[in-house]
Ligand binder design. Structure first.
Ligand SMILES: C[S@@+](CC[C@H](N)C(=O)[O-])C[C@H]1O[C@@H](n2cnc3c(N)ncnc32)[C@H](O)[C@@H]1O
Length: 191
């Protein structure tokens, strides 16, 4: 069985646009993304685009027995199942999350999707699904890589966050990630 870095490189070679990078998310960025979990209400934790589990490992530590990971690539989904215990892995596109997660059951959705590679329609479908899945006061955590920050689809992404969520925060650049990345956090209404 491949090491995570090798499995990730192979996936990037198979689907360069779908994986969008040859570097998995750094621990520094993963830790930043999961910070709001400590203050979130009860519920499941969903990951979108889990890859080889660079963020998933941190989620499992923070929320044992509560993590569902969606990954579109069947080989990566297999890799996750064989390398990570105590999680539910579903091989499905993020935009189909509504078939996997009951409405208002997720306290957090963490996504490391290649936002600038996704069509505006797919972005919109994912935002709608995340919004529907979150419990009141639940958090959506994701990031944009600095090199893609000014891309028109990154602008659409940022505008959509503000359309769907009443509270949105942009984090400071995480320079220890390759490439450096900007975390984004959005919270659903508390009711
Ligand atoms: C930038 S990589 C991040 C991988 C890993 N989570 C990490 O942080 O290192 C993007 C991941 O999202 C997956 N992906 C791309 N589009 C997707 C979609 N529409 N639904 C679910 N997963 C998707 C890719 O296969 C890849 O594993």
């Amino acid at each position: 069985m491949d090491r995570p870095s090798v499995a990730f490189l192979k996936a990037a070679a198979r689907r360069p646009l779908g994986v969008a990078t040859v570097f998995p998310t750094s621990s520094a960025l993963a830790r930043r993304l999961i910070t709001p979990l400590t203050q979130s209400p009860p519920g499941r934790v969903i990951e979108l685009g889990a890859g080889t589990g660079a963020i998933t490992r941190h989620l499992v530590d923070a929320a044992p027995g509560q993590v569902t990971a969606l990954e579109i690539d069947p080989e990566l989904a297999r890799f996750l199942r064989s390398h990570l215990g105590d999680i539910r892995v579903v091989c499905a596109p993020a935009e189909d999350m509504g078939h996997v997660v009951e409405p208002r059951t997720a306290r957090a959705v963490v996504a490391s999707l290649p936002w600038t590679m996704l069509s505006p329609l797919t972005q919109e479908r994912i935002f709608a699904a995340v919004h529907k899945a979150l419990v009141p006061g639940g958090v959506f955590a994701t990031y944009l890589c600095l090199n893609a920050y000014l891309h028109p689809k990154a602008r659409t992404f940022r505008a959509r966050l503000h359309t769907w969520f009443p509270r949105v925060e942009e984090g400071a650049i995480e320079w220890r990630n390759l490439p450096p990345a900007v975390p984004w956090f959005a919270w659903s209404a508390r009711n």
